[in-house]
Design a protein around this ligand. Structure first.
Ligand code: SAM
Length: 273
């Protein structure tokens, strides 16, 4: 699952890359089987997996969910523009690769605020089709207006856009603020656009403990939410079948995902009416 195209993390981290505090993008990369992480991330990742072994499966299954979602959006839903906020480090089958396999002309804007993700953006942008466009914005999702302004350089906001918040909104401290970030981005896209998201939930005590321990390391906390709280992000939108469900239960028939193990992440896709 490691990305062979992606270079090792810089041995001398640049001034912005803090290799003394674990970062979510790098731990996620570690759990997914990638190599773009530092000892501090592997230590935090191992500590998390010791408390909640299911997290490794969850990370890997989240990518399978993303692949099924993007295939649905580019295929059945006919979407050609993607705004993937909280992209993470390049790994197997990134959003642009999945979308452009279905529709080569797809245009993708990735957004993340982690300096290591920025450093690897070049690796993330390879494999773009000649017809398509893939671009990267270094921004914090607490500033949706900046993200939209930057995305306008690549995406046409009079045409539908798939807005993706995949495993990132747990990093927003407050539920109301989380809803407001999603609502502000969705307000900028036209009717026929989609919201796709998943997040970790508070349905498993071990996962909640993992998140509490992670917060104590000094990394930006990840707050597991109730299913109802995650559902609030979809208010005013038409949630497509099968609704807000465990990510391992979302449209499984569209792709072979192998042996499914339990996860505590819920996700959904919804259309803006
Ligand atoms: C758990 S990873 C998920 C990565 C990817 N979306 C996936 O599903 O594999 C969370 C990502 O959110 C990013 N992130 C966290 N806080 C952010 C913020 N305030 N603005 C933008 N990105 C952020 C992290 O850098 C990391 O890449």
């Amino acid at each position: 699952m490691a990305d062979e195209r992606s270079p090792d993390p810089p041995s001398e981290p640049t001034s912005k890359i803090n290799s003394s505090v674990p970062h979510s993008a790098r731990i996620w990369n570690y759990w997914m089987g990638g190599k773009d992480n530092y000892p501090v991330d592997r230590e935090a990742g191992d500590a998390g997996a010791a408390v909640y072994p299911g997290i490794v499966t969850s990370a890997k299954q989240s990518r399978q969910f993303l692949i099924r979602v993007v295939r649905f959006l580019a295929g059945e839903a006919g979407i050609r523009q993607f705004l993937d906020i909280g992209t993470g480090l390049p790994t197997m089958q990134n959003t642009h690769e999945v979308a452009q396999q279905v529709a080569p002309e797809s245009r993708i804007v990735y957004v993340d605020n982690d300096p290591l993700v920025l450093a690897h953006a070049r690796a993330l942008l390879v494999n773009t089709t000649p017809e398509g466009v893939t671009s990267y914005v270094d921004a914090d999702f607490h500033d949706p207006d900046l993200i939209i302004a930057e995305a306008r350089n690549v995406l046409n906001f009079t045409q539908p856009v798939a807005v993706m918040f995949m495993g990132v909104l747990g990093h927003v401290a407050d539920v109301g603020e989380m809803q407001s970030i999603v609502a502000r981005v969705m307000a900028a896209v036209p009717s026929g656009s989609y919201l796709a998201m998943y997040d970790g939930t508070d349905t498993n005590k071990a996962f909640v403990e993992l998140c509490e321990n992670y917060a104590a390391t000094g990394g930006v906390p990840y707050i597991p939410r109730s299913i109802e709280q995650i559902g609030r992000c979809f208010e005013g939108l038409e949630v497509v079948d099968p609704g807000l469900v465990l990510i391992t239960q979302w449209r499984l028939d569209t792709v072979e995902v192998g042996k499914i193990e339990p996860t505590d992440q819920y996700g959904a896709v919804a259309r803006k009416p």
